[in-house]
Design a protein around this ligand. Structure first.
Ligand code: TYM
Length: 333
């Protein structure tokens, strides 16, 4: 059976990079071909310092945003990671088959811990082990993500393989990353060499799903560009990362490839193009923001969706965890 699992951190509300790179594909993949499981990974968020009151609000807000963009609880399981204790439990069991060297090599750990590796928290190093547990607890076969998660997915496959080999079983599948669409790495609006990220201190670096039309217009107006008009051919973008990023964003929002966007806007100045970009972003995001605000007016509904999703997820997870305990030689509780 094909089973999709993917997750998003509630460290902040969703931004356009999350949406175009991953979550939009989550919505599209709901259907008959796959069973779809989507998770607000609150335990992962704890690898960075969090204010408890804010974290709880962000979990609900992110769940509301996921519902607003079209995750349908009738077709997908939507839940919060901490509702299913099996995630933490399997992460511990995987910790015992994952060499430290694999974790120290992870780019995200090196970027986030920097030179402070001794004072960085263990959770930051163990982050990808928990991620492998998320996916494999459900024997997920396909994982729709943006490009930045590729290395973590490779590690998930390595952990699955390491477990299977060590115990001589063919138990865990090797999950396939699904890096889909034309915006798999949306860049910062302020610096075309950095990805759009929740952790960037400047809010002008990203478009949030909840930004209103004026904010979106202002952020695109302030977005870094160069003085040349847009090129007419895609090759002309090769050395212009900021221009390339805006063209990619426009294409992803309009459902057009780069050639089609440049056929329409090649030779026009950025002021014109940025106006068109704002219009299309507002057309896509305004209804989502409206729906999200409607959902947030009734947090009881969002909580109920998560609770029901958590129950369904726990029921799927229980037999896998029991089998893992058996395979590893533990007594079942
Ligand atoms: P997170 O919360 O950083 O991002 C959620 C999803 O958004 C994608 N993404 C982007 N795509 C394109 N351009 C960008 N600038 C951009 N920024 C983020 C991410 O690739 C991701 O797909 N480790 C994961 C969460 C996670 C997870 C999992 C994912 C935990 N367990 C199991 C899949 C399966 C993360 O931090 O995503």
């Amino acid at each position: 059976m094909k089973r999709i699992f993917s997750g998003i951190q509630p460290t902040h509300n969703m931004h356009l990079g999350n949406y175009l790179g991953a979550v939009r594909n989550w919505v599209a993949l709901q259907g008959d071909e796959f069973e779809t499981i989507y998770c607000v990974v609150d335990l992962h968020a704890l690898t960075q310092p969090q204010d408890p009151v804010e974290l709880r609000a962000h979990i609900r807000e992110l769940a509301a945003t996921l519902l607003a963009v079209g995750i349908d609880p009738a077709r997908s399981i939507l839940f919060a990671q901490s509702q299913v204790p099996g995630h933490s439990e399997l992460a511990w069991l995987f910790s015992c088959v994952t060499p430290l060297g694999w974790l120290r090599r992870m780019t995200q750990f090196k970027d986030k811990a920097g030179k402070q590796q001794d004072t960085a928290m263990h959770g930051l190093l163990a982050y990808p082990v928990l991620m492998a547990a998320d996916i494999l607890l459900y024997k997920g076969t396909h994982v729709p993500v943006g490009e930045d998660q590729k290395q973590h997915l490779e590690l998930t496959r390595d952990i699955a393989q390491s477990f299977n080999q060590r115990y001589g079983v063919d138990f865990f599948p090797l999950p396939e990353p699904q890096i889909l669409g034309s915006a798999t790495r949306v860049m910062s609006l302020r610096d075309g060499s950095k990805k759009m990220s929740k952790s960037d201190p400047s809010d002008y670096s990203r478009i949030n799903m909840t930004d209103d039309a004026d904010t979106i217009a202002l952020k695109f107006r302030k977005a870094k560009t160069d003085p040349e008009p847009l090129p007419t051919e895609a090759e002309g973008l090769a050395t212009r990362p900021e221009a390339e990023n805006l063209v990619n964003i426009y294409g992803a929002l309009a459902g057009k490839d780069v050639a089609a966007v440049l056929a329409e806007f090649g030779g026009t100045p950025f002021s014109t193009f940025k106006g068109a970009l704002t219009d299309i972003a507002v057309a896509v995001l305004a209804p989502i923001g409206g729906e999200m605000r409607r959902l947030m007016a009734d947090p009881g509904h969002v909580d109920a969706v998560l609770r029901q999703g958590g129950e369904k997820a726990a029921a799927l997870a229980a037999p896998t965890l029991a089998e893992v305990q058996d395979i590893m030689g533990l007594l079942r509780p």
